[in-house]
Design a binder for this molecule. Sequence first.
Ligand code: HEC
Length: 120
Amino acid sequence: MTRSMLIMLAAALPLPATPALAQQGGAPAVALPVRQALGKVLPQRSPEQVYAKVCGYCHGRNVGPIILGRGLPAEAVHYIVRHGQNAMPAFRPTEITPAELDTLSQWVSQSPARKEEHGQ
Ligand code: HEC
């Protein structure tokens, strides 16, 4: 058997599936948004998407205070999201990435008020 034949034979063999790889298939069974998945790079979400999916769960729905259209300083929004405040939980970089939080806090700071959040 020549050397090139051996290489071809090795390439044709199926790779053994490791348990770690096998577990990657299904969706994680957690309720909170998790931004980190093994071996996956997730695309950055827009501030509108993060607000709709994460913040809007409480804000604008009479759970948290209205935060849009108030000109809140971006630095304050940034700090509160990472550290939490009283009833508001903190969000980790695996849930809202540093880049997402930078654009989100600017966006919240500069956003206009939403009529629907004021019950109009
Ligand atoms: C589980 C509900 C919940 C979620 C989700 C949530 N918040 Fe909050 N947030 C609150 C509550 C409740 C308060 C009021 C805390 C207090 O009493 O001091 C608050 C306060 C704040 C404040 C301070 C407002 C003020 O008037 O001083 C900011 C800014 C804020 N949240 C931003 C965000 C952003 C941005 C997100 C999304 C990444 C978010 N929050 C997600 C519940 C939530």
